[in-house]
Design a protein around this ligand. Structure first.
Ligand code: DAH
Length: 344
């Protein structure tokens, strides 16, 4: 029968053989279990045997066994470290392989478009203001010259929270909030989310973005409104774009207008154009001269001051600019769509 010392020798040899074949962390773990496993590891079993040895042999064998255990533990630790740092061989096989490109994310297309609009107005001396998305009936309607029960309220399908609070249907209430605090001259734009009771379809959603503009000073005329909007639209769509002003109605402006721009897809040449419906024009914003009653509501003297305002839908305009057929694409979080706007 072989002595414990002989067995140590055999196991040392076995360990060396097996360790030379280990390549991955998983295999190292298996080898550790085989030798150092608590219940059936070779070393555990050798220690069991040690217990049964006669006393005179026990001392020397015990010493050898302890040394063997330490040796195996040290070698195992080294082996495990090697497995962790070793790279999978596949990766260094082919140095000509292209690197993997990381996608870092990018601003949302609506954010990009909003920033572009802000940039143009800031360059004309405007500043950017914000207001609350939950509004009172007073700011959203009454102060903007919509009396209670006035039929004009019907054009804004409102989501009410209770009798007094609602989700703002447009960014116009921020005009009132700003004019209450600041006295003219005022030159601001107000971007933000607005909410309406709409059923989602390719061109409608219950939440979308608007930008409001407001200018108040002495001697402001409709000519300033036309000139500023013309400069803005040309900065956004190019010098050649045509625009037209159509008479319209808003309770908070008098006179009021709607602004159309030439269809950038068919230029009025396609009677079946999907973008403009064949008219050659696309409505993009509402505007007008601030109604004297609105000035009275915020204690600005309409005899002394005049002003103009406009409101446009960012989503709609971005759809037109990027030729996106579905407003819902903006909010589906489909990376195949969103990544197209990454300018990096
Ligand atoms: N608030 C209007 C809307 O949501 C848009 C608008 C029209 C804003 C005329 C204005 C304006 O400031 O003067 O449809």
């Amino acid at each position: 029968m072989s002595t414990l010392q002989d067995k140590i020798k055999e196991y040392r040899q076995l360990f060396t053989d097996l360790a030379s074949k280990v390549k991955e962390a998983k295999e190292a773990e298996e080898l550790r279990q085989l030798f150092l496993g608590r219940k059936k590891g070779h070393l555990t079993l050798l220690f069991e045997e040690l217990k049964n040895l006669p006393l005179e042999e026990k001392k020397a064998a015990g010493k050898a066994l302890n040394e063997f255990k330490e040796e195996i533990q040290k070698l195992m630790t080294e082996l495990e470290q090697k497995c962790q740092t070793r790279k999978p061989e596949r990766l260094i096989d082919d140095l000509t392989q292209p690197g993997r490109k990381l996608y870092w994310g990018s601003p949302h297309p609506i954010t990009l478009f909003q920033r572009e609009i802000e940039r143009i107005f800031i360059s004309m001396g405007f500043s950017v203001e914000e207001g609350p998305e939950i509004e009172t009936d007073y700011y959203n309607f009454e102060a903007l010259n919509f009396p209670p029960h006035h039929p004009a309220r019907d054009s804004w399908d409102t989501l009410y929270i209770n009798d007094k609070l609602l989700l703002r249907t447009h960014t116009s209430p921020v005009q009132i909030r700003v004019m209450e605090k600041k006295k003219p001259p005022i030159r601001i734009i107000i971007p933000g989310k607005v909410f309406r009771r709409e059923t989602p379809d390719p061109t409608h959603l219950p939440m979308f973005y608007q930008v409001e503009g407001l200018v108040v000073d002495k001697g402001i005329t409709f000519a300033h409104l036309k000139g500023t909007l013309e400069y803005f639209i040309k900065a956004l769509f190019g010098e050649k774009i045509k625009l037209r002003f159509r008479p319209s109605f808003f309770p908070f402006t008098e006179p009021s207008a709607e602004v159309d721009i030439e269809c950038i897809v068919c230029h009025g040449q396609d009677p079946h154009c999907r973008v403009c419906g064949g008219s050659g024009w696309k409505e993009i914003l509402g505007a007008g001269m601030v109604d004297p009653q609105v000035f009275k509501n915020v204690n600005i003297d309409p005899e002394k001051y005049s002003g103009w305002a406009f409101g446009l839908g960012i989503d709609r305009m971005a759809m037109f600019a990027f030729q996106i057929p579905e407003i819902r694409y903006f909010y589906e979080n489909d990376l195949r769509f969103l990544r197209q706007f990454n300018r990096k």
